[in-house]
Design a protein around this ligand. Structure first.
Ligand code: C2E
Ligand code: CA
Ligand code: CA
Length: 973
């Protein structure tokens, strides 16, 4: 409750008190006035009655005195008459008096003894009732009232004459009556003239008698008596000297009538006052209750408003008329960072709080609202004293207040959160727009009804060559091939969502370029359209790549020919269900020593040669069948049509005899040709296998061409059986190492012993030359080689134990074993296992072992050198040896093959080769070992021509370790 309402309630209660008090005072005053007035009026009435009584009394006295005088004037005559009735003409005198005093009926004269001396008309006979002895002479007395029939009663007035006679005048009461007649005593009042004894002589109005006079007349004070009770206010007046009492009575009722009226009026005024007062109080109480209710309601509204403002985070403000002050609600002040209290704040302060960037705009909007009288709306930032920023939404409108003054009033709200959310939203939206627009893949949206583009992104514009405007005027059909229109429509009609397959379409760019596109799409609502969002991924490259892969899967890359597998599949497919009368042939062409060629002339030359041969063969094969290129340098030709086999095979042979020119010079490729015909029920793979066997056989027999025969299969089966036996031989420790010394020419010392493998069978020792190739083919060489390294190392330990530490053991490592990449670690392990010093083991590698993968070979050889393992190049001169690899590889010894050593002293060709090889090896800093030295002549020649070491039957044959040790000790230089 506010102070104002408290004051009002206070004034109401004051008014109530004042009203009541005033009413009480008024009531008391009025009552006392009424009472006073009553007694005053009673008094006045009493006075009036007294005055009336006195007035009448005065009249009466005047009258009576006249009569008394008249009577006393007759006294002498009466006395005279009494004394001498004849002497006196009393009747005459009486008549004269009566005629002068009409009120007298008659005058009687009585003697002192009471006898009637003269009696008038109706004179009473006895005077006793009249004569009053107590009367003084001249004194008037009143006698009894005489009622004379119907005539008016008369009252006897008696006077004693000086002689004691009595004059009795009979006074008509009508005379008295006339005295009373004009007296105004009101309707209910009355007057009476009585004798002191209370005999009423005359009266008017209310009849008065003794009963009216309490205590009786005699006891009353002689002059005036005011009656207090009863209905009459009575006053008595008694003329002095005359025995009359005049009574005047005023009706109390009548006398008090004005008072009653007055007091009735006053009381009714009072009642009216109280009534009015009561009514006023009631009204006031009621209006107070209403006001209280209104106030409570207002308060509640104010609370609600406050809470609503609080809840809505709204502050309320109103401009003062001066336009430079703002009345702000507590919340509004708080929103602006002012202390939280309702009050007036300068408008400038509000603007000062605004963000510099927003202020001019808001000021302008505010001023404009003032000028135009239009609503004011603004959103702006304010800088709070703590440096924080707050977003405010302000609304206002100029309104006329109840005084008709134009004021601006409105609300402000904190919209920081909304603005932040909005800006987040905008950011998110722009990010999504960016995602669409900047996506590197073409994106578009089209209407599924009209198929028109609704939006395209930059990538689409870039990839398809249409400008954005052109796109938006097109339908999606315009980027498709015309024949796809139906399929496109079907795809659009397909409601499936999400689409689990992303079909690849052929799209067309503006310049007619075709593009394989994988399309991802999903339905969306866009700008009120049922639309589809499409992501188009250009998969042309992938499609090309896949086609390429498919081609590659079927073709060999370097030659462009079919893979063997593909060829076989195709042959099988073509001959499935074909008549048995139309067999085909498969020709296997094994190229010779291509790896060595590539390491000699480079891979480029090798590939060029293969391609060149491939072209030749392709020409031959054309129209007859398929040609494939198989790994390990073989061509496979499937001849499905043609009769003249021999011509064909001759043509193939001729393809190899012709030379091939390449950047590195003129070359001739050699090959072995194996031919196999399909037998009934045979699959292509089997036929191809037969052709391989035939080619192997051709190679083994060094013939250009061989036809398959079942014998070859048997031979192959034998070889397979041998592999099996070799495998068990390894398990059964049937292998043994022989050792052959290598002698240094310079001092004849034995510096190396070559470990040579022997297979100890029931039939004696088997030469490694027969089984090593089989082991290589079957992969058995790897475990076998491991065994050799271990056995050689063990032997070296034994040698050491026998005191021959100066002799190293050379281990033959085949190409396949070397390529397995484990040789160096095996050697390292062996050194450790048998506690061998550095240089205890040597390795012999053939050219082919080094040249198949030159980089890897080089790395392994460098590793071996780091471990102190010397490397010899074995059988040197038999392959495509080239200077370049010799120069680059970390080699120690060069072993000249036995074939060049044979008869070197007598064969000039071998001599020149050996000379060249010695020069070459020495030029590269290698020591030269000559193998297969069988005769003293050969030895002499070699020693004379700079060979460093010799090995061969001339020195010693390979022998078991124990024999070797004995030999060494026997031949110690
Ligand atoms: P290779 O490395 O050239 O070994 C020398 C071959 O010539 C040996 O034949 C040896 O007995 C023979 N020989 C030595 N001096 C003379 C001679 O004065 N006249 C004649 N006619 N021959 C002589 P072997 O032992 O039959 O070995 C044949 C080939 O088997 C070896 O040729 C070598 O390539 C290979 N081989 C031997 N042992 C192993 C081995 O442990 N591992 C591997 N991978 N291959 C081995
Ligand atoms: Ca060797
Ligand atoms: Ca050799």
């Amino acid at each position: 409750m506010t102070a104002g309402s408290t004051a009002k309630v206070g004034s109401t209660s004051v008014m109530r008190w004042v009203g009541t008090l005033l009413g009480l005072v008024l009531s008391a005053g009025l009552l006392s006035t009424i009472l006073q007035d009553r007694s005053a009026r009673l008094q006045a009435a009493q006075h009036q009655s007294a005055a009336i009584a006195q007035g009448v009394d005065r009249l009466l006295r005047y009258e009576i005195r006249n009569l008394e005088r008249a009577l006393n004037g007759m006294a002498a005559e009466a006395d005279g008459f009494a004394a001498d009735p004849s002497h006196w003409d009393l009747p005459e005198t009486i008549r004269g008096v009566i005629s002068r005093n009409g009120e007298l009926q008659d005058i009687d004269v009585f003697g002192a003894d009471g006898s009637l001396l003269h009696g008038g008309v109706n004179a009473p006979t006895a005077a006793s009732a009249v004569l009053q002895p107590s009367l003084q002479t001249g004194q008037l007395g009143v006698g009894a009232l005489l009622k004379q029939g119907r005539a008016q009663p008369v009252v006897q007035l008696v006077v004693r004459t000086p002689h004691g006679n009595w004059l009795v005048a009979r006074l008509r009461t009508s005379e008295l009556q006339s005295m009373l007649e004009d007296v105004d005593v009101g309707r209910d009042g009355g007057t009476a003239i009585m004798t002191p004894a209370g005999v009423v002589l005359s009266h008017q109005g209310a009849s008065l008698d003794y009963a009216d006079l309490p205590g009786g007349l005699a006891e009353q004070p002689p002059r005036l008596h005011a009656g207090a009770d009863g209905d009459l206010l009575t006053s008595l007046a008694s003329s002095s000297g005359y025995p009359f009492v005049v009574a005047a009575a005023l009706s109390r009722n009548e006398a008090m009538k004005p008072w009653r009226n007055y007091s009735a009026f006053a009381v009714s005024l009072l009642v009216l006052y109280w009534f009015g007062m009561f009514y006023l109080m009631r009204r006031m109480a009621a209006s107070e209750a209403v006001r209280h209710n209104v106030h409570v309601e207002l308060q509640r509204h104010a609370d609600w408003l406050g809470k609503a403002q609080e809840a809505s985070r709204a502050g309320v403000w109103a401009m003062d008329t001066g336009r430079d002050q703002v009345r702000a609600s507590a919340h509004a002040a708080e929103l602006f960072g002012f202390p939280r209290a309702e009050g007036m704040l300068p408008l400038k302060e509000f603007f000062n709080r605004m963000h510099d960037a927003d202020r001019p705009r808001v000021e302008q909007a505010f001023a404009q609202a003032w000028e135009s009288g239009s609503p004011f709306r603004a959103e702006y930032r304010i800088m709070l004293p703590d440096g924080q920023q707050r977003w405010i939404s302000a609304r206002g409108a100029p309104v006329h207040d109840h005084d008709g003054v134009l004021r601006m009033t409105g609300t402000i709200m904190d919209i920081t959160v909304r603005r932040l959310q909005q800006s987040d939203l905008e950011r998110a939206e722009s990010q999504f727009r960016e995602l669409f627009e900047r996506n590197p893949l073409p994106f578009w949206v089209f209407d599924i009804q009209s198929l028109r583009f609704l939006a395209v992104n930059a990538a689409a514009v870039r990839r398809y060559g249409y400008s954005r405007e052109e796109f938006l005027a097109m339908t999606i059909l315009q980027i498709r091939l015309p024949e796809q229109a139906t399929a496109v429509q079907e795809s659009v009609d397909d409601q499936a969502e999400p689409r689990d397959s992303q079909p690849i379409w052929l799209h067309m760019t503006r310049d007619g370029r075709r593009m394989h596109v994988r399309v991802y799409s999903s339905s969306i609502r866009f700008d009120g359209h049922d639309a589809r969002l499409v992501l188009a991924e250009d998969v042309s490259d992938r499609v090309a790549y896949e086609a390429d892969l498919k081609w590659r899967a079927a073709h060999e890359e370097s030659t462009g020919l079919l893979h063997l597998r593909t060829l076989l599949e195709r042959v099988d497919a073509a001959h499935r269900g074909a008549a048995p009368s139309s067999p085909y042939a498969i020709i296997h062409i094994q190229l010779r020593d291509l790896e060595l060629m590539s390491s000699t002339f480079g891979r480029g030359t090798r590939d060029a040669l293969i391609r060149s041969i491939a072209r030749r063969l392709q020409r031959i094969a054309e129209g007859h069948g398929h040609l494939a290129y198989a790994p390990a340098d073989a061509f496979v030709l499937a001849i499905t049509q043609g009769e003249n086999w021999n011509d064909l095979v001759d043509a193939l042979g001729a393809a190899f005899t012709e030379t091939i020119e390449s950047v590195t010079g003129v070359h001739r490729l050699e090959g072995w040709i194996g031919v196999a015909f399909q037998q009934p029920e045979e699959l292509a793979e089997q036929v191809a296998g037969h052709a391989v066997l035939a080619a192997f056989e051709a190679r083994a027999q060094n013939l250009p061409t061989m036809h398959y025969s079942p014998r070859m299969a048997e031979h192959a089966a034998d070889r397979l059986a041998t592999v099996h036996r070799l495998r068990s031989a390894l398990a059964n420790a049937e292998f043994e190492l022989f050792f052959q010394p290598i002698k240094r020419v310079r001092d004849g010392s034995i510096i190396v012993a070559e470990a040579l493998l022997r297979w100890h069978t029931e039939d004696g020792y088997v030469s490694p030359a027969t089984f090593i190739p089989l082991c290589e083919e079957s992969g058995l060489i790897v475990p076998l080689g491991e065994w050799v390294i271990d056995a050689a190392a063990r032997a070296r330990q034994t040698l050491g134990a026998w005191g021959h530490d100066g002799i190293a053991i050379a281990i033959n490592v085949s190409a396949v074993q070397f390529m397995s990449g484990t040789v160096s670690s095996m050697l390292r392990d062996a050194h450790l296992r048998y506690h061998l010093p550095r240089g205890a083991l040597h390795v012999e590698l053939t050219e082919s072992a080094m040249l198949q993968r030159p980089e890897m070979a080089q790395a392994t050889m460098e590793e071996l050198r780091r471990d102190g393992v010397c490397v010899s190049i074995d059988d040197f001169g038999t392959g495509f040896s080239s200077m370049s690899y010799l120069r680059d590889l970390p080699l120690d010894h060069l072993k000249i093959d036995r074939s060049f050593v044979q008869n070197v002293h007598s064969d000039p060709r071998n001599a020149s080769i050996c000379n060249a090889l010695v020069a070459l090896g020495h030029g590269l800093g290698l020591s030269i070992v000559a193998e297969g030295v069988e005769s003293p002549a050969e030895f002499e020649w070699l020693a004379a021509h700079g060979v460093d070491c010799v090995q061969g039957y001339y020195i010693a044959r390979p022998m078991p370790l124990q024999a070797f040790i004995e030999w060494v000790e026997a031949n110690a230089a």
